[in-house]
Design a protein around this ligand. Structure first.
Ligand SMILES: [Zn+2]
Length: 93
């Protein structure tokens, strides 16, 4: 079965909460893979996707981009952002 992009963090609520499509996913840059892995406590690759729930509000920037005459606001991570917010209470043994 294919549920689309799922968060690489074990026990993440986004993985079961598939009705919420407002969630953005982010992938680590190759130089950030190790830092993200230790922050998230799980081995990641550059292909891994992490949902926005693991980042702090101050980790995001919202650049504006003009596309075909209309302004779109993007959601991006600052370069130093790490996925430090984990939901351990959701983890089942
Ligand atoms: Zn997640």
């Amino acid at each position: 079965m294919d549920f689309g992009p799922l968060c690489a963090v074990p026990g993440c609520r986004t993985n079961t909460d598939i009705e919420d499509d407002d969630i953005s996913f982010f992938q680590p840059l190759i130089e950030n893979v190790n830092d993200w892995s230790s922050a998230a406590g799980v081995q990641l690759t550059e292909e891994s996707k992490i949902c926005e729930r693991h980042f702090k509000p101050e980790d995001f920037i919202y650049p504006r981009l003009e596309v075909d005459g209309s302004i779109q606001v993007l959601k991006c991570l600052i370069p130093s952002a790490l996925p430090t917010l984990m939901y351990e209470e959701c983890t089942e043994e």
